[in-house]
Design a protein around this ligand. Structure first.
Ligand SMILES: Cc1cc2nc3c(=O)[nH]c(=O)nc-3n(C[C@H](O)[C@H](O)[C@H](O)COP(=O)(O)OP(=O)(O)OC[C@H]3O[C@@H](n4cnc5c(N)ncnc54)[C@H](O)[C@@H]3O)c2cc1C
Length: 307
């Protein structure tokens, strides 16, 4: 059976950053990736120094070019279906090819978003229906903006969006929300609309209007907080511990990105409560370096247990 130092599962911001460190440390690495990064629906990506405004595909290609410089790193387009501990290491089963042994794993397979069931929302997702104002708020600054209430986190979002525009409406979609919470949102100049949301009216895939039970409302941008799900259950298969975050569960890691299972590191959206690509890349880079050091099988002097 093929044996490498490290298998990285997921080859996007976190996984490629881990592989870069490992390749530079001259470790043998296989990166498995199914090419579905979470931000693939957005025409441009923002907030990543040096990459601001590039398309997600461009950033990915630049990452691949970087990895191609390192002969010990191989990127394989395949989904890893299972992973298990065996002896001192791990066995990973990619779909369509033979199992492979690794001394260490980096999990970086990202999240998928569960979108509210509202007509038109899927089509405009990543365009002007957005998850995060730091990623896409600047592009719709001073325009007519909305926040769709999906959970309590939407109230927090509604309070910060007025820093991007003075014209912000919170659509509560018929949900009962306590008066104090509503008053706190209103104190930021946000208008509250309690009507049920029927759908979004689109023009060539971009939302132009929100259709409500009683009336319609022109909009240039709508912010929606989603429920998130892990793209794979590999961390569960390996027995890693999880924490509960505001958008869904995430894998518990210590300050070196190691999970509760020694030798299994995790990075990116699956291993943090809040998400951005540059944070995923930073975590991935740390996971790569500390995973390399863990192969020396001695206690790392930088280790601090997870809280
Ligand atoms: C619509 C949208 C727009 C966004 N825009 C921005 C932005 O402008 N700026 C910003 O900073 N952040 C943005 N984000 C957040 C950003 O997408 C994430 O923080 C980032 O993608 C996380 O990187 P990651 O490497 O953890 O996971 P991902 O980028 O999601 O990559 C995970 C990779 O693992 C692969 N994979 C999954 N399962 C398996 C498996 N079993 N085997 C092999 N491979 C697997 C996937 O195909 C994917 O390539 C946006 C998010 C969304 C939803």
């Amino acid at each position: 059976m093929d044996h490498v130092d490290v298998v990285v599962i997921g080859g996007s911001f976190a996984g490629m950053s881990a592989a870069l460190q490992l390749g530079r440390a001259r470790q043998s690495v296989k990166v498995f990736d199914t090419k579905k990064p979470r931000n693939r629906f957005a025409p441009t990506a923002h907030g990543f120094l040096g990459h601001d405004g590039r398309t997600p595909a461009e950033i990915r290609e630049l990452g691949r070019d970087n990895l191609a410089q390192y002969p010990t790193v191989e990127v394989v387009e395949a989904r890893v279906a299972t992973a298990a501990q065996e002896g001192e290491g791990f066995i990973v089963h990619p779909e369509g090819s033979a199992p492979i042994k690794a001394s260490c794993l980096v999990l970086a397979y990202g999240l998928r978003d569960e979108l509210p069931m509202i007509e038109g929302l899927n089509e405009a997702w990543g365009r002007n229906v957005m998850q995060c104002p730091y990623c896409h708020g600047y592009e719709v600054r001073d325009r007519k903006l909305g926040v769709l209430y999906t959970s309590e986190a939407s109230l927090h979002q509604a309070k910060i969006i007025p820093d991007w525009s003075a014209d912000v409406t919170l659509f509560t979609n018929g949900q009962a929300i306590n008066r104090d919470a509503i008053a706190a949102v209103e104190s930021r100049g946000v208008v509250i609309v309690a009507d049920r949301v029927i759908g979004l009216e689109l023009e060539e895939g971009w939302m132009r209007r929100i259709i409500l039970q009683e009336h319609n409302h022109d909009l240039d941008g709508l912010f929606v907080i989603t429920k998130t799900h892990h793209s794979s259950d590999l961390a569960g298969q390996l027995g890693c511990a999880f924490e509960e975050g505001p958008f869904g569960p995430y894998i518990r890691v210590d300050n070196l990105q190691e999970t509760s299972i020694p030798g299994v590191f995790a990075a990116g959206d699956i291993a943090r409560p809040i998400h951005q690509s540059v944070w995923a890349a930073a975590d991935g880079s740390a996971a790569g370096a500390f995973c390399h050091q863990s192969l020396l099988s001695q206690r790392n002097p930088y280790h601090k247990p997870a809280a």
